[in-house]
Write a protein that binds this ligand. Structure first.
Ligand code: NDP
Length: 293
């Protein structure tokens, strides 16, 4: 299994990245610094996380060449629209302190304002054409959102970042992504949302099947879940602010799950979403101002 995924435009992306959602700005430099020292070479942030500046600071002070770190960030819905999204690039790149982004994605579809979503995506296409971003994509796009986007725009998204963990597989979205050559990227890959938001399904970290598989390999539940994503061909972006867990989550390249084990984890799907319903995202309920760089 390769550590990199080749996106549909030929760009190479480290499959295992590092997430920083809910990492407070004051903890972000230390967390990203630890991740880079550990070996992560892909950081996933977002304008809405309000820590792009600190992500950029940690990457600059790491001593690594810019080309060695894959930087992914997301446009928030408040900045959708052709000109607004072009400007959102300036805001994000300015805060990150870089000229070019590796992957720039729409954070959500806006189903009630799909016209704005399309205009935002056309801005991403323009940024791609101009070489300001190396790849473009989407997040939380359901199959019908993808179909509408593909009908109206020219560039097939390279990535769709969606909620995927053992308790919520979104098989229909995974299948739609695969059918179009889009890499599925798992957010909450170890089921974070099952334990930091009350969903009633319990924590994936306490799951007996995952624990049993972990014992067989001398690995932790988090490691088993991350390995499962990677062997299924997905990207995964686990988040932690603790050095011990940051290291644990990266130590997943020295064991192999069997087909039976992969299938046993697939079978844990409850069909219960932890995150917001993608069709319920509106500017009225989720709009928020994204500051200038
Ligand atoms: P994760 O599945 O990565 O879980 C993170 C939680 O698990 C944190 O509470 C963390 O706590 C804890 N944790 C991390 N490692 C371990 C471990 N080895 N053992 C036990 N607990 C652990 O969930 P996230 O929701 O944070 O998702 C990851 C990333 O995905 C985000 O940071 C963000 O980049 C992206 N994301 C994108 C969304 C979107 O809409 N596009 C939505 C949500 C997330 P601690 O930090 O204290 O270690």
């Amino acid at each position: 299994m390769s550590k990199n995924l080749t996106l549909n435009n030929g760009v190479e992306m480290p499959a295992l990245g590092f997430g920083v959602f809910q990492t407070p700005p004051e903890d972000t430099v230390a967390a990203v610094d630890t991740a880079l020292r550990t070996g992560y070479r892909h950081i996933d942030t977002a304008a809405a996380y309000r820590n792009e500046r600190e992500v950029g600071e940690a990457i600059r002070s790491s001593g690594l060449d810019r080309s060695e770190v894959f930087i992914e960030t997301k446009v928030w819905i408040t900045d959708y629209g052709y000109d607004a999204t072009l400007h959102a690039f300036d805001k994000s790149a300015g805060k990150l302190g870089v000229d070019q982004l590796d992957l720039f994605i729409l954070h959500q579809a806006l189903p009630s304002r799909f016209d704005l979503t399309l205009d935002a995506y056309r801005a991403l296409e323009k940024l791609l054409g101009d070489g300001r971003v190396r790849a473009i994509g989407v997040s939380n796009f359901m199959p019908d959102h993808l179909e509408k986007l593909l009908r109206e725009t020219a560039v097939v998204p390279a990535v769709n970042q969606i909620e995927v963990h053992p308790y919520f597989l979104q098989r229909d979205v995974l299948d739609a992504d695969a059918a179009h050559g889009i890499v599925s990227q798992a957010w909450s890959p170890i089921g974070g949302i099952t334990f930091y938001r009350d969903g009633g399904t319990g924590s994936t970290l306490d799951d007996a099947t995952i624990a049993r598989i972990g014992q067989a390999h001398g690995k932790t539940p988090a490691q088993v879940m991350l390995r499962w994503h990677l062997q299924r061909g997905r990207s995964a972006i686990p988040k932690s602010v603790r050095p011990k867990r940051i290291a644990e989550n990266f130590d997943v390249f020295d064991f192999e799950l069997t087909d039976r084990e992969l299938a046993a984890i697939d079978a844990l799907d409850t069909g219960v979403r932890g995150g917001p319903e993608p069709d319920a995202i509106t500017l009225e309920t989720f709009g928020m101002e994204i500051p200038e760089a």
